[in-house]
Write a protein that binds this ligand. Sequence first.
Ligand code: PA5
Length: 427
Amino acid sequence: MIKVDLSGAKDFFDAAGPDFAAAAAAHRTLETRSGLGHEFTGWLDLPLRIKDGELKAVIAAADKIKRLGQVLLVVGIGGSYLGARAAIELLKTPSHNSISGSTEVYFMGNTLSPDAISELVAVLGDKDFCVNVISKSGGTLEPALGYRVAKSLLERKYGRNTAKKHIFVTTDATKGILHDIAVNEGYEMFTVPDDVGGRFSVLSAVGLLPMAVAGIDVEAVINASIQEMHDLDLRSPDNPAWQYAAARQNLYSRGKSIEILASYEPSFRYMAEWWKQLYGESEGKNGIGIYPASVEYNADLHSMGQYVQDGPRTLIETVVSFRQSRTEYKVPFEMGDADGLNYLAGRDFSSVMQVAMDAVKAAHISGGVPNIGISAQSRDEAGFASLVCFFEMACALSAYISRVNPFDQPGVEAYKKNMFRMLRQEA
Ligand code: PA5
């Protein structure tokens, strides 16, 4: 289970401290499905439903995709790609695609840059590949055009009929343009449940199919998620989701309007991207909301460290770590000790990193930045599941505490409408 450490934030709370009564009320609202956007709270029991539902078919499709080629192209944007990418980078490695023997997974449909599209097509070269088109609405422009590109490449390579066997679609069960195309073309289909919004959908086929292709044990992810959701139902200030949600809302009321999610693991980069979407789209509305940003330490200590230490005092620093390292790596001994660092020789990097983390935490707190610590047990399937469930639960509670609908995104719809109108006018 996730542990939340508020010791570095306590001096920044108001006299009353985090409002656990508000967290309890938000939890009740969520559980009784009586709050704003309650029709999109299906993620609460999604792990249980998927276990009895599509999980086996997802694993079978992943095996088929691996047999059909060396590459899977995932076409999707926002909640229809960030979770899978986050999982693959965290649990495999950001260099997953260069590790021999693994099925490579690339992401398209999240950009309109012709350079990025051409470069990806060049990377594909003449490799055998499959495509997983993911869109809940089925009408988002970027993945719709990505699908066109992918389909044309497949048809050129395999011919129209065989190409169909290389396309897997994840979309709404009954409606939408992508749904209708998939039915007409006879593509293998998976569903984004009606009651689950895009950014809460990583534990459905949306995230699980690409993850399974990359070699992640999705059954282990789901089993751990079932346990995690059960544990997060705890009605007490000991609930880590209550602690995080109530703490950040308290800090927000004290003028801390930007939260930077920091991690010392480079493999966490896309988890932070996933988190930014989850919190940004869920909370940033009606003129309020903490702005979610991210940094990757130690690298960003030498680019953003100055701002964090010394810039406007509007920041909350939330540091995600793993209590157990996967591997050991010792600092090498150097004959002659030219750099004077032999006092570290033989010491494991994890212990050097821990000292860096403690030093940064103390410095930033003394610079006026409250620090929230979040730790998962280990960088594995269970650790991933615990982070996903925890962040989703805390996000919904936090949004309800601030009285916004966590599950809509009217601002995103506004840009989509404008773009389609302007493109049609030009045509
Ligand atoms: O959280 C959401 O619902 C959105 O951010 C979507 O994930 C994103 O807009 C992509 O939408 P779709 O899956 O409908 O193409």
